[in-house]
Design a protein around this ligand. Structure first.
Ligand code: MRU
Length: 314
């Protein structure tokens, strides 16, 4: 897989995920403001990748002799739902108090994320059986992390273990992370993959064509899990048809302070819904709701696969 992000010559380089899978291009961020813009516009996305990018954004602020408290505030305002963003900035701030530079902390978080995902893969592999068909929503893959992925990390680990598995990716409207990113990752690994429209997930489960669901998370908190819009409908269908529903997420995605129903669900631009390939698919004055995430309640979740083992939802 191409690298999601890397640090070179005092700059942060991010693969431009808006252009995948057809074009592989990196965006260079020399300032923390450029890194914020990249997070907001989804050049980089996915909770762990946002977290690592936020830590490097602090390193950019440090390099440019910016006010680091102000930078931390600005970076935390980039996107509201993925808790990894806040967690990573706080990790940098507490490092600074102990004379550890922002760049050192960012590099540590970058490396640790890869090791954590491999561990999630190891634990996740224990619930995957030979000949399983696994449905996933959005992209919780290598591109959503420093490497390897959480939900797709579980799938990678099962594949590396020699299990015969099949993957179904929901397309994930409106940004199409499933169609553009998860399918691309599976194809690169030669893991058999089929793409479905979001509305087909229930149908596939009703027909008995899905053995497990594995998704990622933007936040795990008391009451449930926040993840990409559409996750709730998948979870409801899984419950109805007795399909085990797993969430794969690092401990850095856990928010032990808030109830999941109190968190901010990001609302994104209406043009994401009104347009496909930059062309209006309906009248441009149409009223739109565009919540980017929804909440899967704890009782719909079979288990949360973390680097510390498989836990019960909070
Ligand atoms: O809006 P996105 O693309 O940042 O949303 C990503 C997701 O919902 C992922 O499932 C989640 O961040 C987990 S990534 C390991």
């Amino acid at each position: 897989m191409e690298k999601t992000l890397y640090w070179q010559d005092e700059s942060l380089f991010l693969i431009d995920q808006r252009k995948l899978p057809h074009t592989i291009e990196y965006v260079e961020c020399k300032t923390y403001q450029e890194a914020i813009a990249a997070i907001k516009t989804m050049v980089v996305r996915g909770a762990p990748a946002i977290g690592v990018s936020a830590a490097y954004a602090m390193a950019l602020a440090e390099k440019n002799n910016e006010n680091l408290q102000q930078a931390a505030k600005d970076i935390k305002a980039a996107r509201p739902t993925a808790v990894n963003l806040f967690w990573a900035v706080d990790q940098v701030l507490s490092g600074l108090e102990n004379n550890i530079t922002a760049q050192e902390t960012a590099k540590r978080l970058h490396q640790e994320d890869i090791a954590i995902n491999k561990k999630i893969g190891e634990y996740g592999n224990t619930v995957i059986d030979e000949n399983d068909t696994i449905l996933t929503h959005c992209n919780a893959g290598s591109l959503a992390c420093a490497d390897y992925g959480t939900a797709l990390g579980v799938i990678r680990a099962a594949h590396e273990d020699g299990k015969n598995i099949n993957v179904i990716c929901d397309e994930t409207r409106p940004v199409l992370q499933g169609a553009r990113l998860s399918v691309f990752e599976m194809q690169q690994e030669n893991i058999p993959v089929r793409l479905i429209v979001d509305g087909a997930a229930g149908h596939m489960m009703q027909k008995g064509q899905v053995d497990k669901v594995v998704i990622g998370a933007d936040r795990v908190a008391k009451g449930g899990v926040a993840n990409k819009i559409g996750s709730l409908m998948v979870a409801l269908a899984a419950k109805r048809y007795d399909v085990p529903f797993y969430v794969a997420a690092p401990i850095s995605t856990f928010d032990n302070e808030n109830n999941i129903f109190d968190i901010t669900i990001e609302q994104r631009d209406k043009d994401e819904v009104l347009k496909i390939n930059d062309k209006y698919i309906t009248k441009k004055e149409t009223q739109v709701e565009n919540p980017a995430f929804d909440i899967v309640e704890s009782d719909l979740i079979t288990g949360i696969i973390t680097e510390e083992g498989i836990k019960k939802a909070l």
